[in-house]
Design a protein around this ligand. Structure first.
Ligand SMILES: O=C(O)CCC(=O)C1=CC=C[C@@H](O)[C@@H]1C(=O)O
Ligand SMILES: [Mg+2]
Length: 370
């Protein structure tokens, strides 16, 4: 692949609207954009999806910046990289640090696709020309505000609505939403805010005909989830608990959940995400592409992988305008009738606004690879 250097940029972007989950509110994204350069001047782009604080997982933007600089990128110096799958092999000795590893691996996938003159979706063997889009709505202070947000999302054509819940903003709120929207495909995401002591809450939510309940229990659990899944009809979807294809295999064997939320960053990169997609597809298990409030770069990666057949349900891949006053890609990701067209041009299929990227860069470093 004639990789010559990797540049890591730290950026801060203000979100168009604050996003609240059971573990906090985000008004800005403090993130890393990773560039993979080759000797022909082609650049591949990846995005590190960690949050500013280690509250979704053990990774945060700063831990990823250090991991890339001190442990990950040095392993690529003078290494033989002929295909993006070489990256996960070279980085395998590094435990976890999945979001940091995924950011460079994604940049190399984009570069490789550009070198081959094919779209990232084609490089990953995607089969869909359009992907169904869901929307994730953060916790709102009142039921009225939430019902208004759900109505706007339904009118905008989203194929499913995901609603964040947390203790005190759960059953009554969801009953109110279901009364207003009796037919709409609706799911909830608890982000690990509950325990098995809340079993009665989930048996009550069982009556609301939800598509799934995402990550109700511990962020690193698959045993308690198994007991809860045995007690309710609604499928449990696992997000934070799944860091690898082995985690997914064990969770499905145990019956800890019936749906997998696949996030490229959470599982350490595209190569691992492809293994989980294949596992789910072969097992007849539904899977969908989760989101991490990405810029258009990470969003483009998500659209590409969501084009694979094993991504059977709408993902958290809403258009750029849901998140950003202005995205760092052109054109922005847009949606029509609840679907996003999968780009067919080389790589991500979107141009990165390099001058805007430079303006937003608060600091950067470059590692020469050869
Ligand atoms: O719209 C998106 O990008 C998905 C937003 C979303 O639901 C999440 C983003 C980041 C971490 C979590 O809070 C949550 C999730 O669990 O998927
Ligand atoms: Mg989630």
């Amino acid at each position: 692949m004639n990789l010559t250097s990797i540049t890591v940029r730290r950026l801060t972007l203000e979100m168009r609207t604050p996003f609240t989950t059971s573990f906090g509110t985000q008004t800005h994204r403090d993130l890393l954009i990773v560039e993979a350069h080759d000797d022909a001047g082609t650049v591949g782009y990846g995005e590190c999806v960690a949050g500013a604080e280690p509250t979704y997982s053990e990774e945060a933007t700063s831990t990823c910046e250090v991991a890339l600089a001190e442990y990950i990128l040095p392993r690529l110096q003078n290494a033989d990289v002929n295909h993006p799958e070489d990256i996960s092999r070279l980085l395998a000795p590094i435990k976890r640090n999945n979001m940091a590893k995924a950011s460079i691996e994604g940049a190399v996938w984009d570069l490789w696709a550009k070198q081959q003159g094919i779209s990232l979706a084609e490089a990953l063997k995607g089969t869909k020309s359009r992907v169904d889009v869901g929307l994730s709505i953060g916790i709102k202070p009142t039921d009225a505000e939430l019902i208004e947000a759900v109505g706007d999302a339904v009118n905008a054509g989203y194929r499913r609505i995901k609603i964040k819940i947390a203790p005190g903003r759960d059953l009554d709120m969801m009953r109110a939403v279901r009364r207003e929207f009796p037919e709409t495909p609706i799911m909830v995401d608890a982000n690990s805010a509950y325990t098995l002591n809340d079993r009665d809450l989930f048996t009550a939510l069982d009556d609301l005909d939800l598509m799934m309940i995402e990550q109700p229990l511990g962020h690193d659990d698959i045993v308690d989830h198994r007991h809860l899944q045995a007690a309710i009809r609604t499928p449990i979807c696992l997000d934070e608990s799944i860091h690898s294809v082995d985690d997914a295999r064990k969770a499905l064997e145990l019956g800890s959940g019936k749906i997998i939320n696949i996030k490229i960053g959470r599982v350490g990169g595209i190569a691992e995400a492809l293994k989980i997609e294949k596992l789910c597809r072969n097992a007849g298990v539904d899977a969908w592409c989760g989101g991490m409030l990405e810029t258009g770069i990470g969003r483009a990666h998500n659209v590409a992988i969501a084009s694979l057949a094993g991504f059977t349900l709408p993902g958290d891949t809403a258009p750029s305008a849901r998140y950003w006053h202005e995205d760092i890609i052109s054109p922005e990701v847009t949606m029509n009738d609840g679907q996003i067209e999968v780009p067919t041009t080389p790589g991500l299929g979107y141009e990165v606004k390099t001058s805007m990227l430079e303006e937003l860069t608060t600091r950067k470093f470059t590692v020469e690879l050869s």
